[in-house]
Design a protein around this ligand. Structure first.
Ligand SMILES: [Zn+2]
Length: 217
């Protein structure tokens, strides 16, 4: 079961006080999809790891609302121009929260891998929101940023390159681009640094090319 708790936050852009929910405890007993989307039983915790101010649209994880967060005037303008117009609801969806958090992080110059993770989480929320078009849109955004991250060799530790290469393939597979998916699955073997520890990555990449699975066992 997922346990949530109310927290009070102050928006660093517009100074509004608002309450949000945060995750106290969760479990992974709902299985794990082959894109690493872990499911809990009962309420899915994913939308509650990120918070959004419905006055201006600013979003982020809890630390993005810390008192010492310093934002530039340019960023404030970007939030008002780019995010405020798209917020109409009192209770924004998980995917919207992650999308806004990703944009704020992008404007702040965060690493592509961090952005990729936020977009991937937006896509996962779309699965639960049953919005397949938006799901594909966010999967694409995540795939591109993971590809950017892989292109920069200082960005991802060598022992993580194989699994992220696999994930890029899996994202393209779930987007429906089989050619790109297979291209990335085939690259996995060249990224292996520990054949024993990482044999599962190699096997899974192969599996997804010949007989794709939606869930890990
Ligand atoms: Zn705000």
């Amino acid at each position: 079961m997922t346990t949530l708790n109310h927290i009070e936050l102050t928006c660093p852009v517009c100074a509004s006080d608002f309450s949000s929910q945060t995750v106290v405890a969760t479990n992974g007993h709902g299985g794990k999809r082959t894109d690493f989307h872990e499911r809990a039983s009962g309420t899915q915790p994913l939308p509650f790891f990120v918070h959004l101010c419905t006055q201006c649209g600013y979003a982020g994880v809890t630390r993005d609302f810390d008192e010492d967060v310093a934002l530039t005037d340019i960023l404030r303008e970007q939030v008002w121009d780019g995010l405020a117009p798209t917020v109409h609801e009192e209770a924004p969806s998980g995917s919207l929260k992650y999308e806004h958090a990703a944009k704020v992080a992008e404007w702040q110059g965060y690493e592509p891998r961090y952005l990729a993770d936020l977009y991937l989480r937006a896509a996962w929320c779309c699965v639960d929101e049953k919005d397949t078009e938006a799901e594909r849109y966010f999967r694409r955004k995540a795939a591109w940023r993971f590809m950017d991250a892989l292109a920069d060799f200082d960005n991802i530790p060598s022992e993580e390159r194989a699994v992220i290469t696999y994930l890029v393939g899996e994202l393209w597979r779930r987007i429906g681009d089989e050619r790109l998916a297979n291209e990335w699955f085939e690259r996995v073997v060249a990224e292996i640094v520990d054949p024993v520890e990482q044999s599962w990555v190699m096997m899974t990449a192969h599996q997804q090319m010949v007989e794709p699975r939606e869930w890990f066992d």
